[in-house]
Design a binder for this molecule. Structure first.
Ligand SMILES: Nc1ncnc2c1ncn2[C@@H]1O[C@H](COP(=O)(O)OP(=O)(O)OP(=O)(O)O)[C@@H](O)[C@H]1O
Ligand SMILES: [Mg+2]
Length: 642
């Protein structure tokens, strides 16, 4: 873990032990530090390194007179000096030439310049202590200092316990101090929690190797969702121990560990839903223990009832982590499908900024853990809409009821009934929380490269244990990989000594949940075929008239056709679409495995194959030659009961 205060002390305390910010004379040990703030986008390590070397030229610190007059420092941070109140002082001169000091605020350190990966969102990394000696660190956006009254800037500091002079001149000087104080240190700001170069940024700390060339600090919306209470041992004894021989609880807790591995594992997006009737322990015995891995269940677990904007903010706040959304029934059925897509696809809506330039969409990767009385497709269908296969695959539904007679619970661990067990685990999860997640990250960050190198192989090995039959449609394989990720994460947490479970406990729970999902989904996973048919039908309905000229069209007219996707012809009195290979692959079957899609279309009677391959090779008069094309029957445009 990297302590910013240590960094600050290394840079700013002089030999006499006084906190003293030198006028640009800090020996430059660090080249690049990372601080959380602003949209960073995805960058490769290489491009970041390029930026680091360019930073030497971009530094606003190159101006020798920033923050100083000649050799004289304009501001000084004074601590424990006789006759002075601790704090930041402006050191000016009176008209008579005598020096004067104006007290500006309590001790406030300017640690570093900040900017994001795209060299935007410049700011200054500040640290101070409140009256309880609690340290605050804030990457203050430089743009905040350009507001006419700078009130938001002062409010943020005051809110964190900094004491600021009420003297109007001193208030203005505070702004000058923060803006101009010379520092040779640089920090990268990132705008969300999650992995950054092998370290994990949380709201209040950065977990990972101590690399003084490159430290990271979170700067985003203030949140107490991630919080710790009690020790890891407390949590293990009171929460994790109750998960033993309880497949659903073990799986739910393992999901919380899997959230931080989803990105590394290349998980395509989605999650799981526990489905079951009301008042049977979904929230208290599944969501709460899962949430307690990272924070207090009442803060960390959220409800489905939210707007699209709210959902995007939630996803961002759970980037590279688990997003727990309780009670699917709280979101309108008509919005539920889109919401699930939004979370799983990891990308917010593109928006316009005030000056109407396009702002890049917000991106995230989060694993969703949901609960509800009905599953996503039932919920969506209750609004008279058709559930899409993609939705079903993104949020596979696991029956919350284990069939034991105690609903979510299989082993009561000495409790007389489910109600007592539910109360016990619910109480413990509110008493001891957060330590498991941090402990997992600490171990994981130390092992990052090894995990990164081996995780995909380990996941496919686990999928093999699941023993899928070759009859299953390909989307079952995708879902199996997600279950395997959870198994892997739980096993890893056990190996790290975090859960106290027997080895393979997490694997068996994941396997059991996977099997039960598969058993109760009875063919609904085949929905992806419907997605394909829907996509093709929509495409032909939209572009059939403009991108598919008749094969007998005059070459002059053919030249006028834009974005041609193929041709049409009449065969035995029926219209057919002759789809060119590129359009077939990239438009009609976009997002689907081509081999699987052609087979599904042939089976459905939409694609009329040639004698030895899916394509035919008819003569197209307009081109004056034969062309290999996919021949689609007009059933497709009619939608033919899919
Ligand atoms: N396994 C169980 N057996 C019997 N009663 C239970 C069980 N689990 C929970 N309960 C009772 O149901 C109450 C509600 O539990 P909880 O909120 O976890 O249910 P839920 O499944 O999330 O319900 P809902 O779908 O309404 O959100 C608990 O306070 C407890 O009294
Ligand atoms: Mg509930």
């Amino acid at each position: 873990m990297i302590s910013l205060q240590e960094q600050a002390e290394a840079a700013y305390y002089d030999n006499n032990g006084e906190l003293h910010i030198p006028a640009g004379g800090v020996e430059k040990k660090n080249t690049d530090n990372i601080v959380f703030k602003g949209d960073s986008g995805d960058k490769t390590e290489e491009s970041i390194n390029d930026e680091v070397s360019r930073d030497q030229n971009l530094s606003p610190n190159d101006e020798k007179d920033v923050g100083i007059t000649g050799d004289k420092q304009l501001f000084e941070v004074i601590k424990s000096r006789k006759g002075y109140r601790d704090g930041v002082y402006y050191c000016g001169e009176k008209n008579d030439g005598n020096s004067s000091k104006i007290w500006v605020c309590s001790s406030l350190n300017v640690l570093a310049d900040t900017r994001d990966h795209a060299q935007n969102n410049w700011g200054r990394l500040l640290s101070w202590q409140d009256n309880d000696n609690h340290e605050h660190v804030w990457a203050c956006p430089a743009e905040l200092l350009q507001a006419s009254d700078q009130i938001e800037f002062r409010k943020a500091l005051a809110n964190g316990g900094l004491i600021i002079s009420t003297n109007p001149r001193a208030r203005k000087l505070l702004c000058d101090y923060v803006l101009t104080y010379r520092t040779d240190k640089k920090a990268r700001c990132v705008d969300r929690i999650g992995w950054s170069n092998g370290r994990y940024v949380l709201n209040s700390q950065v977990i990972g190797r101590e690399d003084h060339k490159d430290f990271i600090v979170y700067q985003g919306p203030v949140s107490a969702d991630f919080a710790t209470n009690g020790t890891l041992e407390d949590w293990k004894k009171t929460v994790a121990a109750l998960a033993v021989e309880n497949s659903r609880i073990t799986f739910a807790i393992s999901c919380s560990f899997a959230g931080v591995l989803a990105e590394i594992a290349g998980e395509t997006g989605g999650g799981f839903q526990f489905t079951g009737e009301t008042s049977k322990g979904k929230t208290s015995t599944l969501m709460d223990p899962a949430a307690s891995v990272w924070g207090h269940p009442d803060s960390f677990a959220k409800k489905w009832r939210t707007t699209t904007n709210g959902l995007e903010a939630l996803c961002l706040a759970r980037n590279h982590n688990i997003l727990i959304l309780d009670d699917l029934g709280q979101i309108e059925p008509s919005e539920a499908g889109q919401a699930a897509y939004l979370i799983a696809n990891g990308q917010g809506k593109a928006r316009m900024t005030k000056d109407v330039s396009a702002r890049p969409p917000i991106i995230w990767k989060t694993l969703l853990l949901s609960s509800g009385e009905v599953d996503l497709s039932q919920h969506v269908e209750s609004a008279g809409k058709k559930a899409r296969g993609g939705q079903v695959v993104r949020l596979p539904s696991i029956p919350a009821d284990t069939g034991s007679g105690w609903y979510t619970i299989e082993n009561l661990h000495g409790c007389t009934d489910g109600k007592e067990f539910s109360g016990k685990i619910k109480g413990s999860a509110r008493l001891y929380y957060g330590s498991a997640g941090v402990a997992f990250l600490e171990k994981l960050a130390g092992d990052y490269l090894t995990i990164e190198a081996g995780i995909k192989t380990s996941i496919s090995d686990i999928v093999k244990i699941f023993n899928l039959s070759s009859d299953h449609p390909p989307e079952v394989g995708r879902v199996a990989e997600r279950f395997a990720l959870v198994a892997y994460a739980g096993e890893l947490a056990t190996e790290y000594g975090i859960t106290g479970w027997e080895s393979v406990a997490s694997l068996s729970s994941a396997q059991q949940c996977f099997r039960e999902w598969l058993a109760q989904s009875d063919g609904s996973v085949g929905y992806d075929e419907q997605n394909l048919l829907y996509q093709i039908s929509t495409y032909l309905q939209t572009y059939g008239g403009s991108r598919f000229p008749n094969c007998d069209i005059h070459p002059d007219d053919l030249a006028k056709v834009q974005c041609r996707s193929g041709f049409t012809r009449i065969e035995a009195g029926e219209l057919q679409y002759l789809v060119e290979s590129g359009a077939f692959r990239n438009e009609l079957c976009k997002g689907f495995n081509l081999k699987w899609a052609t087979e599904a279309l042939i089976k459905k009677g939409w694609l009329i194959p040639g004698s030895d391959r899916p394509q035919q090779k008819p003569r197209v008069k307009a081109l004056g030659k034969t062309v290999r094309v996919y021949v689609i029957d007009s059933k497709a445009i009619e939608g033919d009961e899919f």
